[in-house]
Write a protein that binds this ligand. Sequence first.
Ligand SMILES: *Cc1c(COP(=O)(O)O)cnc(C)c1O
Length: 449
Amino acid sequence: MTNKTLINRDLQTIWHPCTQMKDHESLPLIPIKRGDGVWLEDFQSRRYLDAISSWWVNIFGHCNPRINQRIKQQLDTLEHVILAGFSHEPAIELAERLVQITPEKLKRCFFADNGSSAVEVALKMSFHYWHNKGQKKKTRFVNLSNSYHGETLGALAAGDVALYKDTYAPLLMEMITVPSPDCYKRKEGVSCEQHSRIMFAHMREVLEQQHEEICAVIIEPLVQCAGNMRMYDPVYLTLLRAACDEFDVHLIVDEIAAGFGRTGTLFACEQAGISPDLMCLSKGLTGGYLPLSVTLSTDEIYQAFYDDYENLTAFLHSHSFTGNPLGCSAALATLDIFAEDRIIENNKILAQKMQTSTAILSDHPHVAEIRQTGMILAIEMVKNKNTKEAYPWQQRRGLKVYQHALDNQVLLRPLGNVIYFMPPYVITEDEIELMAKVAIEGIEIATGK
Ligand SMILES: *Cc1c(COP(=O)(O)O)cnc(C)c1O
């Protein structure tokens, strides 16, 4: 088998995600033969350091022996079973452990099989809670500008990235969108914390004026990942939690990308000391192995659905692969690794290394900002450093970095003009140096003319 034969076969039948397929007339598709730790290998024995954790899912490397072992064990016992009316040990143990490690008010786990579905569940649960409580006027949701919550219609509506959303606008429910606290946009001399506090005024105003019709605020904690890795201060979440309590509105925290150590704590919420009403998890949940997601809720929300069947208050929502035992087993192995190894502590060293190995770029004439939250580091390329004027998107400068990186053993996947690292936590300091060196060269080339 060679790269070439597989590429030909692939392009005959597969429609790839988030891709203009015509790009593959000039951009080579890369079939991967095997993975090992942070490394992927193609059919010509070329290697790629997976600096983006295969779309932010992989946290402990490809073919991690401990996760592999757990899945293999489960495979010979039970591959899948319906979770309505039936149950199984991996789901039970996983739910117990998630309730233990997540913020304290979260007591119930509703499983689904991907991040977007977990968001749909959270939105429906919040609306349905108020419905069951007789608050029929509560039908709307608040989000932040530049937010991302997935691609299914409800989740797409909940987000605000124009590139993914605008085409489908006629199909989508209308949100109340509040300007993001995005620190990149702060005025000179203003700290991120100050900026987050200032921007919170917009949120407060909306909640004050419209809380009677609002079910929930949905938010990505600390980092708007798909929205070009824009970051904000934890104080925003602390203020938001207090305001949601004050105005009787749910707080939905989407930790699908931020959860499982990515922002420097096991969950990003911890940095603000808050407990949401609903929390969505996926991606790193299974170590990036299998599609599984969970929406955690408070007991108060759960109780509003608990009644005699005839009252029709139940949450009649399901997905075929809800709580799949193989996925749950991968998740249990993932939680074991967090419990047994000093992941969060060790990530501090790796995060520091990511910072020092890219610091040289801070003086680069076409880098407006290097920002970092834990194990996410992003570099914003701009046309004009002083005014932060962006390069026209049509120039696709990020793509030049992508191509340079592939030729030099690194898989980066810039978001527009933002180059970022979001590596698996098993990366070494030497590998971080390689990743940074290649990114710096790529930025040099992409901003050359
Ligand atoms: C990836 C992502 C989702 C969607 O998850 P899928 O599994 O791709 O449907 C939702 N929210 C956030 C914050 C994400 O990063």
